[in-house]
Structure formats: structure tokens, C-alpha cells
Design a binder for this molecule. Structure first.
Ligand SMILES: Nc1ncnc2c1ncn2[C@@H]1O[C@H](COP(=O)(O)OP(=O)(O)OP(=O)(O)O)[C@@H](O)[C@H]1O
Length: 259
């Protein structure tokens, strides 16, 4: 059951790159335990908003509060702690190509400088088993892995430090439908097991329907709709009509209604 504890609070956020205003007066609260999806047209600022929640891009105006701390205003030490409480699966550059599977997952643990190598070894193996990657792949290089396996290893790395918040940028992009379904299933079960709050950007309707509790639609520099899928679909906006209106949209919604 969703609890009403806010874990991310965005108020009056404005983003500008040069003369290009991307967001104007964005307000969004994300609650512990939910999966919130950000959708919107290309260039609507989904990835930028995700990066602002992660502390990677400073907004021109407004505040971003994460786990009670004001991002961009809290001190260095608090910012460091916040980073360890968030896991990220980026669309590109999911793994370091020069490091083995083991070392990719061990890296954030080693950076903590509080764990010895024996503990790190046990933790890496635990994370790999959580995402369904067998021990025989531990010493492979990323170039030796399939696309589906890379996503799983990247997810294990995102979970390396037991984060409370998990950020996913297009988690199923580039996966064929069967791999995409099994990855969605994995994310869903990890959310249950670990009590994660998940913020994801996705273009994929099947992923959206299968995972999201709420959807925020970015368009016209703001959030034009926010709510459950049926609530969002009921909003009359050109992007929403196009996004959910086609055959794929209608099929995805039918599956949603059958759940
Ligand atoms: N560092 C930057 N410098 C200048 N412009 C940027 C920068 N980052 C993003 N932009 C611009 O901001 C806008 C929003 O980009 P963003 O990547 O957040 O969109 P998006 O909704 O995630 O798009 P897509 O679905 O295509 O990935 C785009 O017009 C992009 O060109």
C-alpha cells in the first residue's frame, strides 16, 4: 500500500539552457514506495528533470528536496549521503566497458571505503543473484554480455549501495519484447522486496502500463497531467491523445484494465 511520505518534493522549478526555457514552474511530489513514470515528447525535459532530482543539473529557479534535504543547498557531506541513497540506471553508458561485471558492481562499494574486499565479494554476489545473473558471468567484460544481461548487471550496480530511490532512464529501451517483459517483472519484484521508490522515464507503453502507479506528463514546459493511467488518459491534451490513442496505446490500456 502506498504511504503518503514525500521522498521528493519539487517546487517552482524552472530550467533554462541559454535562451531555451525547458521547464517553467514545475511542482511535483513523489511518495515513498511508488513507481512514478515521466512521459513526454522528445525534448520535453524528462531526462533533465531526472538529472535535477539526482543533483546533476542545477535548476535556474525553484527547489528540489530529496529525502528531506534541499538539493543544491545542503552541504557537501549531506549531498554525498544523498548520492549513496539513490541508484541510477542510465540509458547510455550503463556499464564501464574496461571493468569486469564484478568490478562494475564493486566500484560504488569500493568508493565508500568502509567495506573490506571479502565483504564486497559477498555483496557483489548477492546483488548479482538478486538480478538473476549467474556466478559464471562475474568475470566477463561488458562486451561479452547480451543486451538483456547488461541491463541486469547495470541494475545490480544501481542497487549496490541498497538505495531507497531508484532512477531508471528508459529501462527497457533496446530490449526485444520478451526480454523487456522479464526485465519489467524483475523491477516489479525488486520494488516489492526492497521497498524501493522508483522514478522512471519511458517511451514504452507496455513498460509504463506494467509498472507505474502514477504518471507525470511533461509538455508545454510543465506537467500537464499527473495521476494514475486512467486519470491521465482522461486528460484532453494533444500529446496524451497521440501517446495513448494509437493501436499500441489502446492495446496497452486493455491489458491494464484486465489486471
Ligand atoms: N546540457 C544541455 N545544454 C543545452 N541544452 C540541453 C542540455 N541538456 C538538455 N538540453 C536540451 O533540453 C531539452 C530537454 O532535453 P531532455 O534530454 O531532458 O529531453 P527528454 O524529454 O528527455 O527528450 P528525449 O525523449 O528525446 O530523451 C532538449 O531541447 C535538449 O536539447
Amino acid at each position: 500500500m502506498m504511504q503518503a511520505e514525500p521522498v521528493i518534493e519539487i517546487n517552482g522549478l524552472m530550467t533554462r539552457f541559454g535562451d531555451n526555457i525547458i521547464h517553467e514552474n514545475i511542482n511535483l511530489t513523489i511518495f515513498r514506495g511508488e513507481i512514478l513514470a515521466l512521459v513526454g515528447g522528445s525534448g520535453s525535459g524528462k531526462t533533465t528533470l531526472l538529472r535535477q532530482m539526482l543533483g546533476l543539473i542545477t535548476p535556474a529557479q525553484g527547489s528540489v528536496k530529496v529525502l528531506g534535504a534541499a538539493r543544491y543547498e545542503c552541504g557537501h557531506e549531506e549531498e554525498r549521503k544523498l548520492r549513496t541513497r539513490s541508484g541510477v540506471l542510465f540509458q547510455q553508458g550503463a556499464l564501464f566497458s574496461a571493468l569486469t561485471v564484478f568490478d562494475n558492481i564493486a566500484l560504488p562499494m569500493r568508493e565508500l571505503r568502509t567495506l573490506n574486499e571479502a565483504m564486497i565479494r559477498d555483496l557483489v554476489m548477492l546483488k548479482l543473484s538478486m538480478v538473476g545473473v549467474e556466478a559464471q558471468h562475474t568475470h566477463k567484460m561488458p562486451s561479452e554480455l547480451s543486451g538483456g544481461m547488461i541491463k541486469r548487471v547495470a541494475l545490480a550496480r544501481a542497487l549496490a549501495l541498497d538505495p531507497e530511490l531508484l532512477f531508471l532512464d528508459e529501462p527497457t529501451a533496446g530490449l526485444d519484447p520478451a526480454l523487456s517483459d522479464s526485465f519489467v517483472e524483475l523491477i516489479r519484484s525488486l520494488r516489492e522486496e526492497l521497498g524501493l521508490t522508483i522514478i522512471m522515464v519511458t517511451h514504452d507503453l507496455d513498460t509504463l502500463v506494467a509498472l507505474s502507479d502514477r504518471v507525470a506528463v511533461l509538455a508545454d514546459r510543465g506537467i500537464v497531467a499527473l495521476g494514475t493511467i486512467p486519470e491521465v488518459v482522461a486528460c484532453d491534451h494533444p500529446f496524451i491523445r497521440d501517446f495513448f490513442g494509437g493501436t499500441r496505446g489502446q492495446n496497452a490500456l486493455r491489458i491494464f484494465q484486465q489486471h
